[in-house]
Design a protein around this ligand. Structure first.
Ligand code: ASP
Length: 446
């Protein structure tokens, strides 16, 4: 053997590093499930690896959203265009969410997940948190103290402040330029940091999956398996069926390319159950794999993360029917329509964090007079449902971003259709381009 031949561990390591990230994440997920089932309760010792990963991505959210949104707004210059994109995003989000809940209701109606559970008259003591009202949500989007909003990670408030600051920086012309350059440089640094953090995803995903598989085991799942299957079928229909149609009809795009491009974000969403936490991964997928201009993704994605929750709405449809069936309560057509309206509105106020949908479920159940005890039953398996609905939430945001970018001529279709390796090359090329531009800027200003 030559003196400089790499050792066995370093060969394994370099082999591992040459595996594409999405495959690394998938391997982490499968190994995590195996570890969780084998170790049972002891798998909780692996949870800190997952928590560490979640903390690192959470660390990115506020500075990433804040800086990239300001850069997005200031680079748009055209305020009419911004208004149009905001309007389109909002309409798109509300439309897809109401379709999602209708799919949820349909699946719940056909599969009857709660039938025969025989809970009529049952009284289960449950502690249920109050959901915020829609009015509270609307009033609170303007931060009284932007620093507090940044510090406490109130994303909707951060969006409002960043957009306002971005517009003001454009309006003051020359005076705004130095600050814009600072934000541009910070945004680039945040993209780089996201890149680094995403390399930790396979290990974090391993820890999180081991913990979930260890905690739930099979015994606890069996009685409620029908609800789980119903929610997962609904989510699959929405993603593979409805989103494919939207991408084909409204975006004139090949859905397969889309799903290939968002694999990393989906894996992070599935394991973290947090669309806010997945935001850095979604932004990276949108610009690097799908070819969406960062101007669009930096605005439409954070907005979607906070107000667009197709998966959550779908889950509320299935679970509301589950509760009605389990407690033997018949619903009228008016109740169905009320569920669609409340769940659509509730999804605006749902935070992109684990378990938020369960809190909002109380709002939907109360509005149609269903027993809140149902929430306690669902709570036992909520994490498993949360994983699937968060994947839908994140995919929905990315569909909207892609279709809106396409309609604004801000989608690089060649990049979108390129295979993964070509995409990486294009992304690298763009990065060099940006760095050159920054260097030229610095030169011309010095
Ligand atoms: N966990 C979901 C999300 O972050 C929200 C929910 O609980 O439904 O998108």
């Amino acid at each position: 053997m030559s003196k400089h031949a790499p050792s066995f561990p370093s060969r394994v390591w370099s082999r591992w590093m040459s595996v594409p990230l999405w495959l690394q994440i998938l391997i982490g997920m499968v190994l995590g499930i195996i570890a969780g089932i084998t170790l049972g309760d002891d798998a909780s010792y692996l949870k800190p690896i997952g928590t560490l990963f979640v903390n690192t991505i959470k660390m990115l959210i506020v500075p990433l959203v804040f800086c990239s949104l300001i850069v997005g707004v200031t680079s748009m210059q055209d305020t009419a265009k911004m208004g149009r994109i905001g309007f389109k995003s909002f309409g798109f989000y509300l439309g897809t969410t109401s379709i999602a809940i209708s799919i949820g209701l349909l699946v719940g109606y056909v599969m009857q997940p709660g039938a025969g559970l025989g809970l009529e008259g049952a009284k289960i003591v449950s502690e249920v948190k109050e959901a915020p009202t829609l009015m509270d949500t609307l009033i609170n989007i303007v931060p009284t103290n932007p620093v507090a909003a940044l510090a406490s990670g109130q994303i909707l408030q951060v969006i409002v402040f960043a957009v306002a600051l971005g517009i003001s920086l454009v309006l003051i012309g020359e005076h705004g330029k130095p600050a814009i350059r600072v934000f541009e440089s910070l945004a680039e640094a945040m993209y780089k940091l996201t890149d680094m953090v995403m390399k930790l995803a396979p290990y974090g995903v391993f820890g999180l999956m081991a913990w979930v598989a260890g905690e739930y085991g099979l015994d606890m799942l069996l009685p409620l398996i029908k609800v789980i299957v119903a929610v997962y079928i609904g989510c699959a229909l929405h993603i593979l069926g409805f989103y494919s149609v939207v991408l084909t009809v409204f975006g004139k795009l090949n859905p397969m390319q889309f799903f290939k491009g968002i694999g990393n974000a989906m894996a992070v969403a599935f394991t973290t159950s947090s669309s806010a936490g997945t935001l850095p991964a979604s932004m990276k997928c949108a610009s690097e794999n799908l070819g969406v201009n960062k101007k669009i993704s930096s605005f439409v994605l954070p907005l979607g993360t906070t107000i667009n929750m197709d998966g959550t709405a779908l889950y509320q449809g299935v679970t509301a029917l589950f509760v009605a069936q389990a407690f033997g309560i018949d619903l009228t057509w008016v109740d169905y329509i009320t569920i669609v309206l409340t769940a659509t509105l509730a999804s605006i106020g749902t935070a992109g964090v684990p378990g938020a949908g369960l809190v909002m479920l109380t709002l939907v159940l109360t509005t149609v007079g269903l027993p809140l005890e149902g929430v306690a039953i669902i709570a036992g398996i909520d994490r498993i449902l949360d994983m699937a609905r968060t994947v839908v939430n994140v995919s929905g945001d990315l569909v909207a971003t892609t279709v809106i970018a396409r309609s604004e001529d801000e989608l690089d279709v060649e990049h979108y259709n390129a295979d993964m390796e070509q995409s990486a090359l294009i992304a690298q090329h763009n990065e060099v381009d940006i760095q050159q531009k920054v260097a030229e800027n610095v030169k011309s200003n010095s």
